[in-house]
Design a protein around this ligand. Structure first.
Ligand code: NAD
Length: 368
């Protein structure tokens, strides 16, 4: 049994978890525990107005169960808005497994997890996220059909990260167009934090365009591999925020934009793939705007991956996936324009568009 105290909310610190679920709008949160395999997982289904909840499974060695719950609640809500703003018919969900991705993976654990997903009868579809891979999804797929991002040789769309990186790259270019009048990135100094699946593909795009790329990661092997393969400069993980760069691209974990880090940033643009970059959407969205830094809403520009796995549900077509991800460029420019017109943060502008689509579609749902 997970020992989350029902009287302490991990998100607001207030009276109860149910209060958080109400405030954040979640429909269902499922705790999955299995002694035999050591599985400890939380599946959060945020909103299924637009379609079944879809979102990846994150495997992470969380410092506490409260941290894991906080993460899955925020991530699943982000998925709702990501699908909504991308014009795809999916709801928002996400799952976390509390475990060490380098040590704790077994076939049995993944298959047990697959059985839990199956029990939700298609209300939630999973895929990869931080700490999980197509190989893991292959085991999940042995137990349930409600899984995407399975390997191509099994009829799936494979790793969604290349499409996520492509969309993020387009979002970065749209921001460059806004700030410098043109979207060329050659010569621009770009700090990429986290060079895992998405980070590496993003670096590939940036290096191809002759950007000056700096990287950081907590995994020394990744740093060595990346600096050898792409000849990029490595920066210590604690000095990421102090770099004199044009663009900071967070591609590791969330909450890297907070009261401590925003103060230190020297860049003109923050645009990256990590989910939930703003520690507090309102406070830190405003703080970054006041500092004159253009922030690309994460759920807008990192939608390539969910677009890709959505296509898998409809019969995968790579061209269609990339074609849909192409729209991220114009959509980013539209959101920036709206934020300027209305004097609101880019995050708020993106939320407004996503929420309106959900409201509009909810109205026609019961009609024949
Ligand atoms: P990944 O696990 O492959 O890579 C994450 C990398 O970040 C790892 O190399 C890890 O060592 C590094 N990292 C962790 N903490 C760090 C820190 N403090 N400083 C520097 N590096 C750190 O994950 P990924 O699939 O590349 O995803 C990266 C981010 O993008 C995540 O926030 C994920 O939720 C988001 N995202 C991924 C996809 C996708 O298609 N994979 C889609 C949308 C959003």
């Amino acid at each position: 049994m997970l020992s989350v105290q029902p009287t302490e909310s991990p998100v607001t610190g207030q009276s109860s978890i149910f209060n958080d679920l109400n405030v954040m709008g979640h429909e269902q949160v499922v705790f999955c525990s299995d002694n035999a395999t050591g599985l400890k997982s939380i599946i959060a289904i945020h909103d299924t107005t637009l379609g079944p909840a879809l979102g990846g499974t994150r495997m992470w060695n969380y410092a506490s169960e409260q941290d894991a719950l906080r993460d899955v609640l925020r991530l699943s809500r982000g998925m709702t808005y990501k699908a909504a703003i991308s014009g795809i018919n999916l709801g928002g969900g996400k799952a976390v497994i509390i475990a060490d991705p380098y040590q704790d993976k077994t076939e049995a654990l993944w298959r047990r997890y697959g059985k839990f997903i199956k029990s939700l009868n298609g209300k939630y579809y999973t895929a990869e996220d931080v700490g999980t891979s197509t190989k893991d999804m292959e085991f999940v797929a042995m137990e349930t059909k409600f899984v995407t991002g399975v390997p191509e040789y099994m009829g799936g769309s494979g790793d969604p990260s290349p499409v996520t990186a492509y969309g993020t790259y387009l979002g970065i270019k749209a921001c460059a167009k806004e700030v410098w009048g043109q979207d060329k990135l050659s010569g621009k100094k770009i700090m990429v934090q986290g060079v895992g699946h998405v980070g590496e593909y993003l670096v590939e795009h940036l290096v191809k365009e002759d950007a000056v790329v700096l990287i950081s990661d907590i995994n020394e092997d990744r740093l060595k591999y990346m600096s050898d393969a792409y000849k990029v400069k490595v920066v210590g993980k604690d000095s990421v925020y102090d770099q004199d760069v044009d663009i900071y691209a967070p591609c590791a974990l969330g909450a890297t934009l907070n009261s401590e880090t925003i103060d230190r940033l020297k860049c003109s643009i923050v645009a990256g793939a990590a989910n939930n970059q703003l520690q507090d959407e309102t406070v830190h969205g405003e703080m970054i705007k006041d500092k004159g830094i253009l922030y690309a809403p994460d759920f807008l520009i990192n939608a390539g991956g969910v677009i890709n796995v959505y296509m898998e549900l409809e019969g995968y077509n790579r061209e269609r996936a990339y074609g849909t991800a192409d729209k991220i460029y114009d959509r980013t420019l539209e959101i920036i324009a709206r934020s300027k017109d209305e004097g609101i943060t880019t995050h708020e502008a993106a939320l407004k568009v996503a929420e309106k689509r959900i409201r509009d579609i909810a109205k026609i749902k019961s009609k024949l």
